[in-house]
Write a new protein. Structure first.
Ligand code: NAP
Ligand code: F7E
Length: 348
């Protein structure tokens, strides 16, 4: 019997939160995985190191290469060497607040990085290679009415991060239309996990309140408590990325939970789950969360964590993905928080 050829995937951003979950998923689906990591002075492969050591994964099918999407030549060379069936572009300067401090760098990586990959696919005439672009709900930005956002909602980005993602989104559509490349956008709303970077708000809250509970930290200092976000689990969202590239044609897809929460409600839920009774006092920059048992201020606000322009409201309508991709989130925001707390409590 003829052997079935394994699919080959190339993941830019494999060392990030989503890259690590996607690599695990594709290895379970019997893919050969190539990932790109950038050079760093300290270890940046913590999220995938377990794959090399684990018997749960076919680690003989897992390869990491040095590369950087700011470097067209190395990007083209890696794609040429591997000639993958699927490319997932998850690489980005992904922090919205940081994009106000380093806008040019953010645009170079988050916007032009996608162009470099798509240009490589075009120049190398890899007509069979499918491309996934990690687009973002940040592209919606200033939302006029607080309805769930879908694939037809116009974009009005509020940061260079959001602007860069709009560029990458449009470039993906353009390479699909102009050159017939199978290039799709996943417009993913916020998704979190125990592997979330520590400066994103959910991880900061979970890590901070667990440490407060353990007596290792006095308080958690936050910015805008009233921003509304639609928080899903990164594991579910990795499944959507794969489904998007298996669909019969390239397209653009909203991936979300269609549930919303404020940052403050997220704090309240984490505190309740940790058995901390929190009461709120004051307004604006003076607002504080007080531990009723000790009277200590354990949450406060500092304007340094506010953004010059905020995205006030994000909630996604994923009906198109539900109908055609048969995708829906399996993990609720509540279960996500449990998962994040459990992992945080297990840290030595
Ligand atoms: P993340 O944890 O910040 O991971 C970003 C990845 O990109 C890391 O592997 C990072 O490498 C890599 N990277 C950064 N600059 C690079 C460069 N110049 N060349 C090559 N690789 C580079 O982000 P994530 O949460 O997994 O998100 C994955 C993608 O989805 C990103 O594009 C993000 O913008 C987008 N997105 C995320 C969300 C979300 O809520 N998580 C929602 C919508 C869209 P290092 O490990 O070395 O830093
Ligand atoms: O902020 C508010 C902040 O940094 C969420 C990225 O993955 O999702 C992420 O971008 C909200 C914002 O995520 C703090 O102002 C309050 O309104 O966790 P975040 P983000 O900006 O929504 C999108 C979809 C992406 O594509 C991005 O890559 O929380 N907030 N206090 C705070 N945020 C942070 N980081 N830190 C605070 O202390």
């Amino acid at each position: 019997m003829a052997k079935i050829k394994k699919k080959v995937a190339l993941i830019f951003g494999i060392t990030g939160q989503d890259g690590s979950y996607l690599a695990e998923l594709l290895l379970k689906k019997n893919y050969i995985i190539h990932g790109v990591k950038r050079r760093s002075s300290s270890a940046n492969t913590e999220r995938v190191d377990h794959i090399f050591d684990s018997i749960d994964f076919s680690n003989k099918n897992f390869f990491i290469h040095y590369g950087d999407i700011s470097d067209s030549t190395s990007t083209l060379n890696i794609i040429n060497k591997i000639k993958p069936d699927e490319i997932y572009n998850l690489a980005a300067q992904s922090h919205v607040r940081v994009s106000f401090d380093i806008p040019e760098y953010t645009a170079d990586i988050t916007a032009l990085g996608s162009l470099r990959i798509l240009e490589a696919i075009r120049i190398l005439r890899l007509n069979k290679t499918k491309y996934y672009q990690a687009s973002s709900s940040e592209m919606y930005g200033l939302v006029k009415n607080k309805k769930s956002l879908n694939e037809k909602t116009p974009f009005h980005p509020r940061s260079v991060y959001g602007i860069s993602k709009v560029f990458a989104y449009n470039t993906t559509v353009h390479y699909r239309e102009a050159y017939g490349i199978f290039a799709s956008n996943g417009i993913l709303f916020n998704h979190e996990s125990p592997r979330r970077g520590p400066t994103f708000v959910t991880k900061k809250i979970v890590q901070g309140l667990v440490r407060v509970k353990q007596g290792l930290q006095k308080k958690v200092t936050l910015g805008n408590l009233y921003a509304i976000r639609d928080w899903g689990h990164a594991k579910d969202y990795a499944v959507s990325m794969w489904k998007i590239l298996q669909y019969k044609k390239p397209d653009d897809w909203v991936i979300a939970t269609n549930k919303d929460n404020t940052v403050k409600k997220f704090v309240d839920t984490v505190a309740r789950k940790l058995d901390i009774k929190l009461s709120w006092r004051g307004k604006g920059i003076q607002e504080k969360g007080i531990d009723k048992k000790t009277g200590n201020v354990i949450v406060d606000v500092d304007k340094k964590f506010f953004r010059p322009t905020e995205v006030d409201f994000l909630r996604g309508d994923f009906s198109k993905a539900r109908k055609y991709l048969k995708w829906k989130p399996a993990i609720s925001t509540n279960e996500l928080i449990d998962d994040m707390i459990e992992e945080e409590l297990s840290v030595d």
